[in-house]
Design a binder for this molecule. Structure first.
Ligand code: IMP
Ligand code: MG
Length: 177
């Protein structure tokens, strides 16, 4: 595996994104919603840098997809414990790859009547987007490689790495996910 972003680089990029978010949301009723499971490490670091009043919530989005084969996205809002009506919602995810996850989540969140829905991601993969939206806040643009660490997994492993690394082809056995 090849390290793409070191702990130090991650810390700096996330601090810059947090500063933009702080300026954007200062004085507004903010609910930060992490998309499980991949976002949990980013979520924990990000909210500690946002010194503004906010609520933290989680939803679960899982897609059963292969390397190049999109599968159905299973979304579960059951963990959402507070009302987001008339609040600004910031959806936090680990990576914007094809964009299908965010594309499907935004209208579902819109149905809950929030004042706004915006998205923040740690990583955006180049040249993969299949939807007509982009994330509003991006910490890092990365090349088209399969990456793990800092919350991102390959077959439920590597989420605990403190850095982001690209897996080499021989480290992946066929289907991803
Ligand atoms: P999208 O819906 O294609 O944008 O993909 C978003 C989801 O796919 C992410 O939240 C990840 O769970 C997963 N994913 C996409 N690319 C990678 C990767 O390189 N490593 C690990 N997970 C990934
Ligand atoms: Mg995910």
């Amino acid at each position: 595996m090849k390290v793409l972003l070191t702990e130090d680089q991650l810390r700096k990029g996330i601090a810059q994104m947090a500063e933009k978010l702080r300026q954007h949301y200062a004085g507004r009723p903010l609910t930060v919603i992490g998309v499980m499971i991949g976002s949990i490490v980013l979520l924990a670091d990000l909210v500690r840098l946002l010194d503004i009043p906010l609520r933290v919530e989680l939803i679960l989005a899982r897609c059963c997809r292969g390397a190049n084969r999109p599968g159905p996205l299973v979304v579960n809002f059951d963990l959402l414990s507070s009302d987001v009506r008339d609040r600004d919602v910031l959806l936090v995810d680990d990576i914007f790859d094809t964009g299908n996850t965010i594309w499907e989540l935004i209208p579902q969140l819109d149905e809950l009547g929030p004042a706004s829905v915006r998205t923040a991601v740690l990583l955006r993969k180049q040249g993969r987007c299949q939807v007509p939206v982009q994330p509003d806040f991006v910490a890092f643009d990365i090349p088209d490689a399969f990456v793990v660490g800092y919350g991102l997994d390959y077959r439920d492993m590597y989420r605990n790495l403190p850095y982001i690394a690209a897996l080499e082809p021989h480290e992946m056995s066929g289907e991803i996910g």
